[in-house]
Design a protein around this ligand. Structure first.
Ligand code: 2KA
Ligand code: SF4
Ligand code: MG
Length: 248
């Protein structure tokens, strides 16, 4: 009964306290648990150490792979829950973010983890291709769904799962957070919003970028697009505060 987690350093799970840096809860104090493994392979992924292990030939723009031994650690759910409580148990509204990788690949283990954390507000960062189990679904308060557009390099058949998109679009707990690198990417967002009936009020556009200068320059034109379409803009606060580093 274990969870496969990402690491901050070899052997040390990536469990940390930080302000939520993206999306509908931006700025809220949270505890983050980063899970290992993903079913997609975005070429600009900023957490390739969760999935791009040695021997994986899929392309990534950093051009490197990671040792699984150094970048993955397995832990019992109860042990993970204790670390979460130690980091965030003092918060008036204790809030947990499950991220990855793709955390929903480990949905049954996540349900066991959350059984140790009654009273926590829980949000999950997902690429929108996987479903929570019913047990997990009943314990989640917010979905931050980030479907991947064509510039991610994933084939659309893998990145967009129609029945999942429709289910999240119909679920008021779900916010959609589209990573955008160039203005033309927004055309795909509008098409997905129309196809699956996603209300603009639950859509965020987020600049792709791992440094403050890139984020700021892309937000300059993204802000205009958001005003025109009625979408919300989200920054990546943690990049400004800490840079592109693990455990922040
Ligand atoms: N502070 C902070 N906020 C985040 N929101 C989503 C994150 C993610 O990597 O999924 C993230 C992260 O890694 N750090
Ligand atoms: S879905 Fe997320 S974790 Fe998976 S490869 Fe893409 S950006 Fe990385
Ligand atoms: Mg991230």
């Amino acid at each position: 009964m274990t969870l496969a987690l990402a690491t901050i350093r070899p052997g040390e799970p990536e469990i940390f306290a930080a302000l939520q840096g993206e999306g509908a809860s931006l700025g809220r104090p949270c505890v983050f648990v980063r899970l290992s493994r993903c079913n997609l392979s975005c070429h600009w992924c900023d957490t390739a150490y969760t999935w791009h292990f040695d021997g994986d030939n899929r392309p990534h723009k950093d051009g490197k792979t990671f040792s699984r031994l150094d970048n993955q650690v397995t832990m019992d759910e109860g042990e993970v829950a204790q670390m979460v409580l130690d980091l965030g148990g003092h918060l008036p509204v204790p809030r947990l973010v499950l991220t990855g990788g793709e955390p929903l690949l480990q949905a049954p283990a996540l349900a066991r983890l959350l059984a140790f954390l009654p009273g926590w507000q829980v949000e999950v960062e997902t690429n929108g291709t996987a479903a929570p189990t019913p047990a997990l679904d009943a314990m989640l308060h917010q979905f931050n769904v980030s479907p991947k557009l064509s510039h991610s390099g994933n084939p659309a058949e893998l990145a967009i799962v129609p029945e999942r998109m429709a289910a999240y679009a119909a679920d008021k707990r779900a916010f959609f957070k589209f990573v955008v690198a160039k203005p033309a990417d927004v055309g795909e967002v509008s098409t997905l919003a129309a196809t699956y009936n996603i209300p603009p009020s639950r859509i965020f556009l987020m600049p792709e970028g791992r440094d403050p200068a890139t984020l700021l320059s892309r937000m300059a034109w993204l802000s205009e697009i958001c005003l025109a379409y009625g979408y919300a803009l989200t920054d990546r606060l943690h990049i400004h505060l800490s840079g592109d580093t693990r455990g922040t």
